[in-house]
Write a protein that binds this ligand. Sequence first.
Ligand code: GRG
Length: 288
Amino acid sequence: MNDKEMLNAYKTRLEDYLDKLPITGAPEQLREAMRYSLLNGGKRLRGCLLLAACELGGGDAEAALPFAAALEMIHAYSLIHDDLPAMDNDTMRRGKPTNHVVFGEALAILAGDALLTHAVEIMAASGHPKAFHAMGEIIRAAGVGGMLAGQTLDVMNEGAEPDIALVKEIHKGKTAALLTAPLTAGLILAGAEERLVEAGRAYGFHLGMAFQIVDDLLDLEGDPALMGKTLGKDQEEGKLTWPACVGVELARKDAETHIHQAVEALAPFGEKAAFLRALALSTLHRAQ
Ligand code: GRG
């Protein structure tokens, strides 16, 4: 299998798992609103990274599926809440109307809450011997020192003067945290030794920073049809972005530097890390 086929195989496996996931006990409207955002496309990058990291560490990807699914659920929750009128007020996501446009604000808020709590529920119910440790990585990344910190700084600093130190903090929390957790959690589930978990952490951090810098660039010069959302909003809303601080050319260079650092971090894995290396390099040229 080449790298692209491998990514597609992880994605198909994960989507099949997500589609079959019983969301028992939920009222039908809530279940529908959760499934709308969970199953409406997306690259599945976080979930696929977790499965790949688990296999890289010599673990069983099948047993890691609840954790990959949980990451996608947390990601979906963050997108639903981010699109709400009180936050970014977006009407399109992944080429479709956003959750609140379809289900109304109240149900969208509840669907986001439900995806977050259900993610914890399925990890806790997995029975995996390393579940507690892996969950810690995932929930911490989504929590007050991770994604929530980044999102808070992002929302609270709209219209602020460009400040690269602040943008680094925002990107680290808003994006890199949830792209680092799949690496650390996947390797922990595989029972990998500490130094390899830390190598995975460094890879995830640099990949996440580059991913968000490229996202900032795509907001300026991407194709809205491919991105599946309205572009140009960062500038319109006075968001603190990497290119707003350093310019487009330097932002591109900084993304490349982070990707080189991500690739370097994979050294302890040797040739086995070819897939993660290719995935990092492809981030620089992504169009969606
Ligand atoms: C509301 C708690 C809360 C957090 C929101 C995820 C997020 C934090 C905000 C969404 C906007 C944004 C630019 C987030 C940065 C992360 C990012 C680039 C998300 C999009 O991820 P992709 O490209 O999306 O992996 P798909 O659709 O492919 O899953």
